[in-house]
Write a protein that binds this ligand. Structure first.
Ligand SMILES: Cc1cc2nc3c(=O)[nH]c(=O)nc-3n(C[C@H](O)[C@H](O)[C@H](O)COP(=O)(O)O)c2cc1C
Length: 206
């Protein structure tokens, strides 16, 4: 069967749509140039909803787990500690598919999980956790906040080891997923909800 025919067929069954979603999330986590690599993560702040771009670092299919990294001192960590309900927004402009996901987030600071993610992070990624002052601290002029040692040269892994204390992993187990495919001849929408009894899937009017 041709790729296009298979794609069409996948979009015609709820099971096919779900498999496509898993594949898009898997690709997004694996490829930096994939639009699903850069989702928006939503948390709940005192003032309302709080949104920011993050990098989707991993998608663990068996547990329906999305994973990203954060500075432990960042606002989003405080917000998730206050309310673990989070939302994710993905959009693929070529495939014209929006995914809205909600789930429960867990913070990982000192566990084996965070250690493994840190060990696998490149020195340039680790720099994001090396600012002396916490993210959001006001400063007199434009500044990365990095110590001199890390500003002067491209850092080696060893130079960034001290920054481990500022590094956290956010994981999120997907509870529900709203899929919207834009089509010239009529959009399509489906919803997937998981609870203790399993998965409930349905088509929706877009
Ligand atoms: C394309 C892009 C990717 C980003 N990826 C991350 C990320 O993976 N983790 C992160 O903490 N911040 C990331 N940021 C920065 C956040 O959007 C945000 O500015 C920062 O985390 C502070 O947000 P907070 O105060 O809500 O915690 C990214 C920003 C952009 C523009």
């Amino acid at each position: 069967m041709s790729y296009m025919r298979k794609k069409e067929r996948n979009g015609n069954t709820l099971n096919g749509v779900l498999n496509d979603c898993w594949e898009m999330l898997r690709r997004g986590a694996a490829h930096f140039n994939d639009p699903y690599h850069w989702p928006v993560l939503g948390t709940t702040a005192n003032t309302g909803v709080s949104l920011r771009c993050v990098i989707l670092r991993e998608f663990l299919i068996p547990g329906r787990v999305l994973l990203c990294h954060s500075d432990a001192r960042a606002e989003k960590i405080r917000e998730i500690a206050g309310s673990s309900n989070v939302s994710w927004l993905f959009y693929h402009p070529q495939k014209k598919i929006q995914l809205r996901i909600s789930g429960h987030a867990t913070l990982h600071a000192d566990d084996q999980f965070a250690d493994e993610q840190w060990a696998a992070a490149k020195a340039t990624s680790r720099l994001n956790y090396c600012a002396i002052q916490p993210p959001g601290t006001p400063v007199d002029g434009p500044s990365s906040g990095l110590p001199d040692l890390l500003r002067r040269k491209v850092p080696a892994l060893l130079d960034t080891e001290k920054c481990r204390r500022n590094f956290m992993v956010i994981t999120c187990r997907i509870d529900s997923m709203d899929w919207l495919a834009l089509r010239v001849l009529g959009n399509r929408r489906a919803r997937f909800d998981w609870d203790e009894t399993g998965l409930k899937a349905k088509w929706l009017i877009p």
